[in-house]
Design a protein around this ligand. Structure first.
Ligand code: UD1
Length: 422
């Protein structure tokens, strides 16, 4: 297993570009299943989860070709299977996102039931209930979700009230509704920028999705969508992670090819740490003027509030900040796993339930640490960048799921980091 070796020290400085959004790319790749014609998707990040999704499409018989610029061409006419197998789904829960489009387009879908994951149990009940409300018959057999549309092969539009705000369920049901008969209304829909990106993509391909970005989505079913080209939005969490690393290291960086408007809550908190932030249409500059960050308190919640995917990175900032920050995680039940590893590096963090109380220390000390999930790993990398000595971060396949070329990008910012194949 590859490891990262990071020599802590100086502030990050320089410029880094932001890749396409992983969490936007995965539903958009699944949405290609809805198209009758060719779909092309650009600005895909070069990440394991994207590769897994491409592999999944390939397993279904879809012809996928990739250009050197990571532009993907998807042709469904060769599809010969409606089963997303256990071997792939177990490596990536987002595989569940093929369920809605496959069922909507082909009238049938079998998807291995995703298991739990490191950050919590992560059920899919909202996905299934919504599809049932649209007329699907769903059974669980041999660990598989087996879904069938009515005898005419089509789902039927209806009103769906989501009792929890779920990004994935909103996406799955939005995609299912695109080819359903009549109108679907999703109340209490997630409002994340990735939802808006997916809706823009579906509309560009011929769908009729209204209200994305609000908590009420109205989808007017169409007979078919043709396909076409779409460019995935920049990754707001990758953006936030580099900015957080600059705050922790008291640095000055510029991130480019990003979208500041998708990061309001994060930028608000980073400003509270003392960072001076300026932004343009597609860039952000952050300058700590060499000062130690101030601790910040936060509570994660669905967009537009502070994202759970940035919680661990802010915990790492607090670990070396002046003062005490209280960090409350409300989305996932087990998402403070970075804390134990940060404490092994000399941080002073106590956890009670879903809240971490972080008292900043002057210096962290390097230690061998283990990545446990994607964003917890990002927190460990940030901590390693400010720690005294050489930190070895093990199990970095978690990081590779969400951060394209992390060591190259951090090297661009002056970090002493290298990957050691294991
Ligand atoms: C997506 C993101 C993930 C992010 C999360 C929350 C992708 C690929 N992943 O995950 O990075 O951390 O949104 O912003 O886009 N829930 C249920 N029943 C369901 C579905 C969800 O109870 O059927 C619960 C979950 O357990 C969790 C909450 O709803 O407590 C929110 O989860 P959800 O928004 O669905 O997260 P994902 O879509 O899996």
């Amino acid at each position: 297993m590859d490891k990262l070796i990071i020599q802590g020290g100086g502030p990050l400085h320089g410029e880094v570009w932001i890749s396409g959004s992983k969490n936007s790319a995965l539903p958009i790749l699944s949405a290609t299943l809805l198209c009758e014609g060719l779909a092309t998707v650009s600005n895909l990040p070069h990440l394991q989860d994207v590769t897994t999704t491409i592999e999944l499409l390939g397993t279904l018989g879809v012809t996928v070709s990739i250009s050197e610029r990571m532009e993907l061409e998807v042709d469904n006419t060769t599809l010969h299977s409606l089963t997303a197998p256990y071997d792939l789904v177990k490596t990536m829960r987002a595989s569940i996102l093929v369920l809605g489009p496959m069922l909507s387009r082909y009238g049938e879908a079998n998807v291995s039931f995703p298991g739990g994951c490191a950050i919590g149990s992560r059920p899919v009940d909202l996905h299934l209930r919504g599809l049932e409300a649209m007329g699907a018959k769903i059974t669980i057999e041999d660990g598989y979700i087996k879904a069938k549309a009515r005898t005419d092969g089509r789902l039927v539009g209806c009103r769906i009230l989501m009792d929890i705000v779920s990004v994935g369920a909103t996406e799955n049901l939005m995609m299912a509704a695109v080819l359903a008969r009549g109108q679907t209304v999703i109340e209490n829909a997630a409002r994340e920028p990735e939802i808006v990106d997916l809706a823009n993509c579906l509309n560009a391909w011929g769908a009729d999705v209204q209200g994305a970005g609000s908590n009420r989505l109205v989808i007017n079913g169409v007979e078919k969508i043709v396909g076409g080209h779409f460019r995935v939005m920049p990754d707001r969490i990758e953006t936030g992670t580099y900015l957080a690393a600059a705050v922790a290291t008291r640095g000055k960086i510029r991130v480019t090819q990003t979208d500041p408007s998708s990061l309001e809550a994060v930028l608000l908190k980073l400003r509270e740490t003392g960072a001076e932030i300026t932004q343009g249409d597609d860039w952000i500059e952050l300058d700590m003027h060499g000062k130690r960050p101030k601790a910040v308190s936060l509570r994660t919640a669905p967009y537009p509030a502070f994202p759970t995917d940035m919680q661990a990175q802010l915990t790492a900032i607090n670990a070396v900040a002046e003062g005490t920050g209280v960090v409350t995680e409300t989305i996932f039940e087990n998402r403070l796993m970075q804390v134990q590893e940060l404490n092994r590096m000399g941080a002073s963090i106590t956890v009670e339930g879903n809240t971490a109380v972080v008292t900043g220390v002057e210096r962290l000390k390097a230690a061998p640490v283990m990545a446990s999930d994607l964003r917890a790993s990002a927190a460990l990398v940030i901590a390693a960048l400010v720690a005294d000595g050489e930190t070895i971060v093990d199990r970095i396949y978690h990081i590779d799921r969400g951060y394209e070329c992390i060591e190259e990008k951090l090297q661009l910012l002056g970090a002493k980091i290298k990957r050691v194949p294991g």
